[in-house]
Design a protein. Structure first.
Length: 191
């Protein structure tokens, strides 16, 4: 994702409402994934509306044949850059991971509809990359791609972030301190 020099957001105001500045809220600015300031204490995510959690990645199966798969490694950064430039498309936060020959992009979308709209939009970079993959690589095992999509409802998730910078669902939906009524995982899950 493209990083722009933007100030870190102020600590999350646990009071919901339209008075919040969306560009200053966790997970909503173009560089939200880049936060490194540790917030001391115990926090949880504040999910007030359903959200789509999208995991997508690739695995290089034949590393000795980069001319076949190298372009696939460039497709996701192009998509994330396009999404960073237009927050209205619905990507609220992303985390990137690599282990060996496998990459993972953990994405939080405002809705499954926003995710599907981006995937099908001819003006965005996903559709052409998907078509090219199907033309050139779907019948070959040089590289594999995968994804999983989950719809998370308020109250149907649990998360805790202790002495962490903004991360995961808390970065996408907002972070609130863990209080006495939400101190245990069982309490947060049934909230």
């Amino acid at each position: 994702m493209v990083h722009r020099d933007t100030p870190s957001p102020a600590p999350t105001d646990p009071t919901p409402g339209p008075h919040r500045d969306p560009d200053r809220e966790p997970g909503r600015g173009p560089a939200a994934w880049w936060h490194t300031t540790v917030e001391p204490g115990r926090h949880t995510a504040e999910l007030r509306e359903p959200m789509a959690v999208f995991l997508i990645g690739m695995r290089v199966n034949r590393p000795w044949n980069p001319r076949r798969w190298w372009w696939v490694t460039k497709a996701m950064p192009a998509m994330l850059a396009a999404l960073a430039d237009v927050p209205e498309l619905g990507l609220r936060h992303v985390e990137q991971f690599t282990r060996g020959r496998t990459s993972l992009s953990l994405q939080y979308w405002e809705s499954p509809q926003a995710l599907m709209a981006f995937a099908a939009d001819r003006d965005n970079p996903h559709l052409e990359a998907w078509r090219r993959f199907n033309r050139e690589l779907a019948d070959r095992d040089d590289v594999g791609i995968w994804h999983e999509t989950y719809v998370v409802e308020p109250g149907d998730y649990e998360g805790i972030y202790v002495n962490m910078p903004l991360f995961g669902m808390a970065a996408a939906a907002g972070r609130v301190p863990v209080g006495t009524r939400s101190g245990r995982a069982r309490q947060r899950l049934s909230a």
